[in-house]
Every structure is written in structure tokens, then in C-alpha cells.
Ligand binder design. Structure first.
Ligand code: PLP
Length: 408
């Protein structure tokens, strides 16, 4: 042992890992599901299993996107058009396209308030670099696990707000709670519930009153129908001083494997004389070297008139599937949220079953696989998530089986 090491051990100074990793709850949700399905399948090789648990898109990239990707690849092959490092916050052509997209539903964002990234999940995790560890984080239960785990990793304290049947899985602000960072996801994963502009206004008023910041996950914004709930938190008054919005091309344009998203950090979001926009720019230029030029060209094509027409046709397939599932619930008299402005249907398990009891019941009697709500938080117990990302055929067959099983 070197003298330095001995001295450090005596002083109690030695290399330490981040012990907060021990505090992250292990999630066995999807491995448990896979295990149960594999066991059932092995015991009943003659049965066809229908999956309505998929949380990933299944339709391919739109032709306009493919064309743009190909031509960007060609540009990279020639000395005259080759691109090396690009701007960390994204190319102007894509930021402008995103800006115009926001304008199409009446929201004004500055080009330099938009930051292009490799997806919403990375930004949702990375944004925490901007915040002190002592902030109190408010998270809905049930919830997309990323919000909780990224904060637990950093050692932050978390308070939960109850989403349940009595509030339609859309919790509203409680002024007796002094939250600093608030997560809202609308349309929600897993519940499919979506806030109206008026409801978001109440959250924005609360955040401004409490000096809190809302981290708004709009990953499923594209599923909202015309005259439906809010598409962006920036449709409210005052969000510019309290909200950051995360969006992604994953769900609307099948970019889950291609990777591109965007985050809006308003110039007016300031605390202690510090600007969130400037801090995020500094953070990104320090730790990130931007999204691939090729992918950004593909992403820009999503926002072209042709691209929009093509991705809208894909979204319509999922929306039709969601309606098929929702209609089935209506027919069976089962309570649910989502289905209308979301690819998710969040239903109350029939016959008083728990989430896992219903999972087993559906698998064994209808060979349909969904996701037990209990896996998304304590308030998810007794609920179940079905998704619209499968094919129409599979969705129709699954619904027919569910009806046969549950119709009195
Ligand atoms: C799918 C999803 C995202 C998108 O993540 P990407 O990293 O952009 O693929 C974000 N938030 C929620 C709640 C999601 O379900």
C-alpha cells in the first residue's frame, strides 16, 4: 500500500461510489411478464398469444423520413457536403421546423428556446443537472419510472401525489405541499389520462406561486385529437416562468430506434438571477455533442407537409386500435381512462381482481397479455394497461377474446 492510501484510509478518505444507486427500487415488471408468458407458452404450445402490452411503436419510419435519411447519408460521402461536429443544441433547419410545428397549434417558442436531443428520456434525466439536490420532487403515482429513478440516483427526496379513479388519474395541485420540482406527463403513460389547458393553468399558477418548476413530458402529444386536451404546457398563461417541456419523435414518427427529441427551455425561466435556458445550453455544450446530422435531416422531414401526412396516417392506425379497445370496455361496462387521446387504455380490473390476478386470468383464459398497473406504483394496484401499438388484426382478435371471456 502506498503511503498516500494508508493516510487516506486513516483519515477516512477513500474512493466511494454513489450509494444512492442502492436506493433505486428494482423493477421486475417486464421480466415477470416475460417469464409468465414464456412459462404459459411452453405449457400450451398450441395456443396463440396476443400481446397488448407493447410500449413501443410497430410501424416503420415514413417514406419522407427514409428519403431524407438516404440523401443525408449521401451528403456525408462527399467532401463538399460532409458535416463534422454540429451545433450541440441542434441544427437551425430542425429547430425552425419544431418552432413552426408549435406555431401550428398556436404556441410561440423562440428558436433558441428549442434544444434538439437524442430523445426525451435522456433530457428528462440530464435536466436534473440544473437543480439542487435539496429540492423536493413531486411525482404522480402511478408513473413512468424514469422520473423517480433519476431523482433517487441523485439522492433527492420524492413526494407522491395520488392519481386515482376519484380524480380521473389527473391529480391537481395541493397548496399544503411545497414542491420544488413537479413532474407532469400528459397524455399520461401508463394511464392515458390527459390534462385540459384549464387544468394545466392551475398547475402553472401553483408552480409560479411556489417558485417551483414543472417538468412537462409531452411525449404523447401527437395522440390528442382536435379540440381535445392540452398539446403543450405553453398553451397556458405564465408557463414561461415555471415550465420546461420535453417532447420526442419516438411515438409520433416511429423514432424509438432512430432517436430524436426536443426540449423547450424558456428564456423567462429564471431563479436566483440564473437563467435555466443559459444553464441548459452550458450543460449541453459541456456534456453533449449533438444529434447526428443524418438523424436531424430525417427528423426535419417528419415536419414537412408530406412527412406530417404520412406520420398522421400511422398515428391514425394506433388511434383506431385504441378506439377498438375503448369500445370493448364500454360494451363490458369496465371503467377506464385513456383510449381517446392516448395509445393507452388504463382499466379497472373486473371482478375485483388485483393487477396480477387479472394478468394471469387474461393470459390463461384468453391468451392476451397486458401490463399490470401495480408495476407503475401503489395506486396502480387493481388496474391494468392495454396498448394500441399492435396491429389492427391482433387488436381485433384480442378484443374479441376479452369480450367472450368477460361478457355476462
Ligand atoms: C416513450 C416515452 C418517452 C420517449 O422517450 P424517448 O427517449 O424520446 O424515446 C418519454 N416519456 C414517456 C412517458 C414515454 O412513455
Amino acid at each position: 500500500m502506498s503511503g498516500r492510501t494508508v493516510l487516506n484510509i486513516i483519515k477516512g478518505i477513500y474512493m466511494k461510489f454513489n450509494e444512492h444507486f442502492n436506493d433505486i427500487a428494482q423493477s421486475y415488471l417486464f421480466s415477470n411478464i416475460a417469464q409468465k408468458v414464456a412459462a404459459y407458452s411452453a405449457a400450451h404450445p398450441d395456443k396463440t398469444i396476443l400481446r397488448l402490452g407493447i410500449g413501443d411503436v410497430t410501424l416503420p419510419l415514413a417514406p419522407a423520413v427514409i428519403e431524407a435519411l438516404h440523401s443525408a447519408v449521401d451528403e456525408m460521402s462527399k467532401k463538399e457536403t460532409f458535416r463534422g461536429y454540429g451545433p450541440e443544441q441542434g441544427y437551425g433547419f430542425l429547430k425552425e421546423a419544431v418552432k413552426n410545428y408549435y406555431a401550428s397549434f398556436g404556441v410561440t417558442v423562440g428558436e433558441d428556446e428549442i434544444f434538439i436531443s437524442d430523445g426525451a428520456k435522456s433530457d428528462l434525466g440530464n435536466i436534473l443537472d440544473l437543480f439542487d439536490r435539496d429540492n423536493l420532487v413531486l411525482v404522480p403515482d402511478p408513473v413512468y419510472p424514469v422520473y423517480v429513478d433519476t431523482n433517487v440516483m441523485a439522492g433527492r427526496k420524492i413526494a407522491y401525489m395520488n392519481a386515482n379513479a376519484s380524480n380521473g388519474f389527473l391529480p391537481m395541485p395541493d397548496y399544503s405541499v411545497d414542491a420544488d420540482i413537479i413532474y407532469l406527463c400528459s397524455p399520461n403513460n401508463p394511464t392515458g389520462a390527459a390534462y385540459t389547458v384549464e387544468q394545466l393553468q392551475q398547475w402553472v399558477n401553483y408552480a409560479n406561486a411556489k417558485n417551483a418548476v414543472i417538468l412537462y413530458d409531452a411525449a404523447y402529444e401527437c395522440f390528442i385529437s382536435e379540440d381535445g386536451p392540452a398539446r403543450s404546457i405553453f398553451q397556458t398563461e405564465g408557463a414561461n416562468t415555471c415550465a420546461i417541456e420535453f417532447c420526442s419523435l419516438s411515438k409520433p414518427a416511429s423514432f424509438t430506434g432512430t432517436r430524436c427529441g426536443y426540449t423547450v427551455v424558456p428564456f423567462d425561466l429564471k431563479r436566483q438571477g440564473m437563467s435555466a435556458n443559459k444553464m441548459w445550453l452550458r450543460r449541453q455544450t459541456t456534456k453533449f455533442n449533438g444529434v447526428s446530422y443524418i438523424v436531424q435531416r430525417g427528423a426535419a422531414a417528419v415536419f414537412s407537409p408530406e412527412g406530417q401526412k404520412q406520420i398522421r396516417a400511422n398515428i391514425a392506425v394506433y388511434r383506431d386500435n385504441a378506439k377498438i379497445i375503448a369500445d370493448c370496455m364500454d360494451e363490458l361496462g369496465i371503467w377506464y381512462t385513456g383510449g381517446k387521446n392516448s395509445p393507452y387504455i388504463w382499466l379497472k380490473c373486473p371482478l375485483g381482481m388485483s393487477s396480477w390476478e387479472f394478468f394471469d386470468y387474461l393470459l390463461e383464459n384468453a391468451q392476451v397479455v397486458g401490463t399490470p398497473g401495480a408495476g407503475f406504483g401503489a395506486n396502480g394496484e387493481g388496474y391494468f394497461r392495454l396498448t394500441a401499438f399492435g396491429s389492427r388484426e391482433v387488436t381485433e382478435q384480442a378484443v374479441a377474446r376479452i369480450k367472450r371471456l368477460l361478457k355476462k
